[in-house]
Design a protein around this ligand. Structure first.
Ligand code: ZN
Length: 313
């Protein structure tokens, strides 16, 4: 279930003008301390629309706080000072859709089934995916893969690091899903091929390759996380529009490599198809049916372990 790319409905929201304020004043989404989550460095303001009566607001808060905690831990800070989260209750169970907007301050809308219980919310990935979007500047449409790929790759990595997923779960998903990001016939590179597979999983593949390559070049002392942290620390977030090269170069500089820029130049206008079977072998991870096996004697096993390592003390 793909989350809609952030920004798609920005013009639509703009056209609504003060509609958000009207909803905030009617009581259903009224602003009060109960509708706020205060992180150490950011405030999350929650509002509800639709028939949210069956949803336990404490469970929703716990879910939002857990997602925020994973993102804050990965980036070393929450990416924006303030974000509004609108829970839109609908049919079914679990989180069902998500969109992140940058117009007039960060806003995340997530559709949630009104019959969701805490187990449904614990399984959810959409809230974290949307919050990862907060941590990258807005690029032009042809670079949507850099935004969706980031959210697709970082969401499970951020969650495994705080114990919300297991290593086996995230590698199982990567081995199963990364092939969806490989180029098909007629592909013209990630900047020019805007299919679902290339946008989400082609982008995720870019970041996985970047993570591994940065760790190889730095003797596993730095990884993609360090590059991304530097971008956010320098003011890069969804509320600004930056040039892609400027952003990637900022990440490269922080880890003393040219990996992001070079990989971007390799993959942006050519159908690069990395040898995934070889990559998994080098990382020491194998999928048999649904079962993941790790080989800690593989040449890049330490890099695989570093990608999912829990935050240090
Ligand atoms: Zn997304």
């Amino acid at each position: 279930m793909p989350a809609i790319r952030r920004g798609v409905a920005v013009l639509f929201l703009f056209a609504l003008g003060g509609a958000t304020d009207v909803m905030a004043a009617d009581g259903a989404g009224g602003l009060s301390a109960a509708n706020e989550i205060r992180l150490s460095d950011a405030t999350i303001q929650i509002s509800y629309t639709g028939d949210a009566g069956g949803l336990d607001r404490n469970e929703l808060r716990d879910w939002i706080a857990a997602s925020a905690g994973a993102v804050q831990s990965y980036y070393g800070r929450f990416p924006v000072k303030r974000v509004r989260i609108r829970i839109e209750a609908g049919e079914g169970r679990g989180a069902r859709s998500g969109t992140t907007y940058a117009h007039n301050g960060a806003l995340i809308r997530v559709g949630v089934g009104r019959y969701s219980d805490s187990a449904d919310l614990k399984r959810d990935w959409i809230m974290t995916h949307e919050m990862v979007h907060l941590a990258m500047p807005e690029f032009s449409d042809r670079h949507a893969w850099l935004e969706e790929g980031l959210a697709t790759y970082v969401e499970p990595v951020a969650r495994v690091r705080v114990g919300q997923l297991t290593e086996a779960e995230i590698w199982r998903d990567m081995l199963r899903d990364m092939p969806k990001g490989l180029p098909a016939a007629g592909d013209r590179g990630l900047d020019n091929t805007h299919t679902w597979g290339r946008t989400y999983w082609g982008g995720a593949l870019f970041y996985l390759l970047a993570d591994v390559r940065i760790r190889e070049r730095t003797g596993n002392r730095a990884g993609l996380q360090d590059a991304l942290r530097a971008i956010v620390a320098n003011g890069g977030n969804v509320e600004v529009s930056w040039d892609v090269r400027k952003t990637l170069a900022m990440g490269d500089k922080a880890v003393g490599t040219n990996v992001l820029t070079d990989l971007y130049d390799e993959m942006r206008d050519a159908p690069v198809a990395p040898d995934l079977a070889q990559l998994w072998r080098r990382l020491g991870v194998k999928l048999t049916g649904n079962v993941v096996e790790f080989d800690d004697a593989a040449p890049l096993a330490a890099i695989r372990q570093a990608i999912t390592a829990k935050p240090g003390p």
